[in-house]
Design a protein around this ligand. Sequence first.
Ligand code: ADE
Length: 425
Amino acid sequence: MSAEITLTHDVANPALAAEGRKRIEWAERNMPVLAQIRERFAKEQPFKGIRISACMHVTTETANLMRALKAGGAELSLCASNPLSTQDDTAAALVHEFGINVFAHNAIDRDGYYRHINASLDIKPHLVFDDGCDLVNTLHTTRTEMIDGIIGGCEETTTGVIRLAQMSKDGALKFPMIAVNDTDTKHMFDNRYGTGQSTMDAIFRSTNSLIAGKVVVVAGFGYCGKGVAERAKGMGADVIVTEIDPTKALDAMMQGYRVMPMHEAAKYGDFYVTVTGNRDVLREEHFKVMKDGAILSNAGHFDIEIDVAWLESHAKQKNPKIRHQTDEYVMPDGRRILLLAEGRLVNLGAAEGHPASVMDMSFSDQALTAEWLLKEAKNLSAGLHNVPESIDKEVARLKLESMGGKIDVLTEAQDLYLNSWEHGS
Ligand code: ADE
């Protein structure tokens, strides 16, 4: 009897499995660090007997993380952390080619999204992987009976870490969660180079617009915003940055960007990208002054940064899907505002998310952190914790090695100098 019969899963189209396998293997070629970890896991079986629920973007890169965990002995159940990012071929391949339980359909509605989160929890996890904190939130609100069995978990993204930090501060978080997002090898690379490239990729796939000579407004100058601004500038755009933090705004100015409040920037932009993690960054007062043909996109985790409800209720006409993931709203005065990927995470909704090469680092951090967490959880309190620096440095070292980079080693005198205070200048 095939193992498939015992699987519990819900994917859109099993016939896409072979296509999905090819793309998962393509991503694997650019994930050499994770591949090394998978090989070691296969030998050492650190997750033997461990059940893991993961709520992550169901992409080819995540598929390779799942393969590494499975090779290490884990029993897995994966659901989507965003309804638009699910790659149906990847989901099908995970179930039918790799024997991993998946609950995910592209573009599923809100009820289906939560049904899938709940189904993935039915495995009764020991460990959880979250991307945005919806799984952990569900555990703490409606599936509290599971909490006692949970050893801990890992959070992938800035927005999730912000939510967990609040829970931790309020004493509401009932098990240790590790902020994988906060490692240098994650946020300095994935958030910056990943979001920068994949957001531009999404804008191109949706609109095929020329960026050179256009005004691109980037809301938020964290690592993600920096990445988007750099890529847009590199392609010849005039970039305006909006911020609420004076230090970040200053940094943007010193990097040569114009900085102004959104109510001013809203008059100039040809393209808008929100990457703040906050809500209502683009709203009525901004929509009212935007140019005809302004193109809006959100690269923050949740679809709250652009007030889509206002556009829906105030446009005199909506022309849905005039191009790939592009909806056109015609304002009462005739101006047209274009919204990409329904205001959801544009790089995953209209493109394929960050390239595998950068997810190699983020997901190596995840894999090594989960292994460490299993050993260390007994010494960790319930609440939010950092990844040990040794894991961060190990991922950097392996990635550097895989890219052919080499570094210097301190001489004895240099080491002594750095580790003492007696020596003056
Ligand atoms: N987050 C951003 N890009 C991603 C990708 N390619 N896979 C999984 N999660 C992501």
